[in-house]
Design a binder for this molecule. Structure first.
Ligand code: AHZ
Length: 300
């Protein structure tokens, strides 16, 4: 028999309240607290612009909220709760490439010993000997992201691009990265179509750049160092070799010029090291190392 089409879209009414229900009444009498539209606008505007005002001077700015940038933020936020950590992410969705494992498949491989970070996060995994597998990369990334955002000393500004670096010069002529130049990403992508749309700035003694390898916006700071004359030329990312790539990224995580630390795959473009493909242990270990380097510089 052909099912009778129905135009009734009202939700299914249940007489029993389940223990997980947040609604007490599905029976057509559910009421929200009354609100004025302007209250909604002001609730957002007040907080967003207060945050921009407060974070115009930050302690650490992390550029890029991929696996390396978020791990760095998590570790730094937990070990240095007094620091104002500001993450700038060009995309609407933070997480970079860490929503999937490889070739758009969901499982995520993490080589030991970086699996220790999963235990700190409380992310379950299957042990395969030399490496572990998280059933879905999104489980890692969403857990990491939610824990980073829950930290009171972290602010994330997504849909916001870093479109330049602030570079100061001291009395000896030594150049130092002293902050970032930001714009909403939609503005940053439209400089060719509009008259000048000036950016904004955030100053900080430490910038951690984690913008990934070359792509629409990737390797941003590495490229800017070259065009600003602080780095001679890009090394350019080399071919895939998991065994060479992962330790190289971790061991070379460092302050590349005064005030600017590189972490994650941005390093491969700067240094000319190999890519590792879909294995994420180096992103975690490099992010943690970047946090240590930042801490040490701030203490010096
Ligand atoms: O949107 C970018 C992404 O979320 C963001 N980003 C890039 N340029 C930016 C800019 N301003 C603000 N100018 C910017 N944000 O940076 C993030 C980079 O994340 P990612 O996942 O691309 O890099 P990652 O180094 O954290 O992780 C790399 C993961 C890879 S790539 C790879 C391979 O190709 O072999 N293997 C692994 C594990």
């Amino acid at each position: 028999m052909t099912p009778v089409p129905t135009t009734d879209t009202s939700p299914v009414v249940s007489n029993t309240t389940h223990k997980y229900d947040v609604l007490e009444d599905y029976d057509g009498h559910y009421r929200f607290a009354p609100i004025e539209e302007s209250q909604v606008s002001r609730a957002m505007i007040k907080r967003y612009f207060n945050t921009m005002y407060e974070r115009a001077i930050s302690d650490v700015v992390i550029v890029g909220a991929g696996s390396a940038g978020l791990t760095c933020a998590w570790y730094l936020a937990h070990t240095r709760p007094e620091l104002k950590i500001t993450i700038i992410e060009a995309n609407v969705a933070p997480g970079g490439g860490a929503w999937l494992g490889g070739q758009l498949m969901s499982p995520m491989v993490i080589r030991k010993p970086a699996d220790g970070f999963l235990r700190q996060l409380g992310v379950p995994y299957e042990d395969e000997g030399a490496f572990v597998v998280v059933k879905h990369a999104a489980l890692f990334t969403s857990t990491l992201l939610s824990q980073v955002l829950a930290m009171p000393n972290v602010v994330l500004m997504n849909a916001t691009a870093v479109e330049d670096l602030i570079i100061h010069q001291d009395f000896r002529g030594l150049q130092r990265v002293a902050g970032v130049v930001t714009n909403w990403t939609l503005v940053a992508l439209n400089h060719d179509t509009q008259s000048c749309m000036d950016p904004n700035t955030i100053t900080a003694p430490i910038i951690v750049s984690a913008t990934g390898h070359d792509g629409p916006m990737g390797a941003f700071s590495a490229k800017r160092l070259v065009s600003a004359g602080l780095t001679k030329e890009l090394g350019n990312m080399r071919g895939l070799d998991m065994n060479r790539a992962e330790p190289a990224i971790v061991n070379n995580t460092r302050e590349v010029v005064p005030g600017l630390i590189f972490t994650g795959m941005e390093l491969s473009e700067h240094d000319g090291s190999n890519r590792m493909g879909p294995t994420f242990g180096a992103m975690i270990a490099s992010g943690i190392k970047a946090a240590h380097v930042a801490s040490k510089i701030l203490d010096s």
